[in-house]
Design a protein around this ligand. Structure first.
Ligand code: MF3
Ligand code: CO
Ligand code: CO
Length: 261
């Protein structure tokens, strides 16, 4: 995994902050009756006109829109559409990645449309907590696989399952870099974390079985058993004594600099 110079880190931080700002901007719009295509259009305008940045998803391997909107049993990579209307009780993941001054930031969170059912909220809360738990373990010298091992143990204890087909990733001058960051236990990953490495953690967790399939649109990933799925994502920098949550939002209960030594 690449480590970055302090100057490059400044730019990854900027891109990550801008991506998190998009999630803050869009929050009041995530309500029943909005179309996912309208959510995308609002994000596109904000990213290009206000942030003067580029939506990283747009055109990425042919992805047709600026953000991913993944609702209920959609695990990730949902394509926004004008005929897909958000309805009461939906759990909605918005995943935003931006390119600014040659560097990327990538983050996502769950929104409740109106009042969500207790089981839907519980899933989302557990996924966010699994991300926070991994963040609280990150520091130089730990093995990369600690991240997935901790996330899997935590969510399986709640009877949820970890999606194996999609992982976190190194990030910086490329949107997706080596290595992959699995959200489950692996036995073969010898990477040791070092200061100034940057990567995402983005657990996708299902209420039922872990298996997924890709829709006929070639992008939308769904749970095979049509159970609910939730995801949260942050772009993380390894620091001298822990990590920095580069895409932290103001509403979150953590501080930007996490001291784990
Ligand atoms: N933002 C996603 C991630 O977290 C990637 C989306 S790629 C797209 O890595 F092409 F589907 F937009
Ligand atoms: Co990502
Ligand atoms: Co993302």
């Amino acid at each position: 995994m690449l480590t970055y110079t302090k100057k490059d880190v400044t730019k990854i931080r900027l891109a990550s902050m801008l991506a998190s700002e998009v999630l803050e901007m869009i929050e009041p719009y995530i309500k029943p009756t909005i179309a996912t295509g309208e959510i995308d259009a609002l994000c596109f305008k904000y990213i290009t006109n206000i942030l003067k940045a580029t939506p990283a998803c747009l055109g990425y391997y042919g992805f047709p829109k600026s953000i991913c909107v993944s609702i209920n049993e959609v695990v990730c990579h949902g394509i926004p559409k004008y005929n897909h209307i958000v309805k009461e009780g939906d759990i909605v993941n918005i995943d935003v990645a931006v390119l600014k001054e040659g560097f990327y930031g990538d983050t996502s969170k769950m929104f409740y449309a109106g009042e969500a059912a207790a089981n839907s909220k519980e899933l989302c809360i557990v996924v966010q907590e699994s991300l926070y738990l991994a963040i609280r373990s990150i520091k130089p010298g730990i093995r990369l696989r600690t991240i997935g091992k901790d996330i899997q143990a935590y969510v399986e204890d709640k009877n949820y399952s970890v999606v194996k087909e999609y992982c976190g990733h190194g990030i910086g001058s490329k949107f997706h870099e080596e290595p992959q960051i699995p959200h489950y236990n692996t036995y073969d990953n010898g990477v040791l974390l070092k200061e100034d490495m940057a990567f995402t953690i983005e657990p996708m967790i299902n209420a039922g079985e872990s298996y997924t399939y890709v829709e006929k649109d070639g992008w939308s990933v769904k749970t095979k058993d049509h159970s609910l799925s939730a995801q949260y994502e942050h772009t993380i920098l390894v620091t001298k004594d822990g990590c920095e949550i580069m895409s932290l939002r103001a509403e979150e209960p953590l501080s930007k600099h996490i001291h784990n030594l």
